[in-house]
Design a protein around this ligand. Structure first.
Ligand SMILES: [Zn+2]
Length: 70
């Protein structure tokens, strides 16, 4: 038996779900993007990263938000 892996490499599933936000952003609101994966809007506080920017991960939808160093 030959199990051929899926050749439909659209790349939609491989890209990390990271939202780039403006530098200097202290807080962002996330609602999961609406739709089936949506959730009530919450405000998330970005915290400093070792790279000099800030980042936060939404506890509801695990989406990651990153702001570059300002
Ligand atoms: Zn979210």
């Amino acid at each position: 038996m030959t199990q051929t892996p899926s050749q439909s490499s659209s790349g939609a599933n491989s890209a990390p779900d990271i939202e780039q936000v403006a530098a200097g952003t202290a807080r962002i609101a996330c609602n999961g993007g609406g739709g089936a994966l949506g959730h009530p809007q919450v405000w998330l506080t970005l915290t400093p990263t070792p790279h000099g920017g800030t980042a936060v991960i939404c506890p509801y939808c695990s989406r990651q938000f990153e702001a570059p160093a300002s």
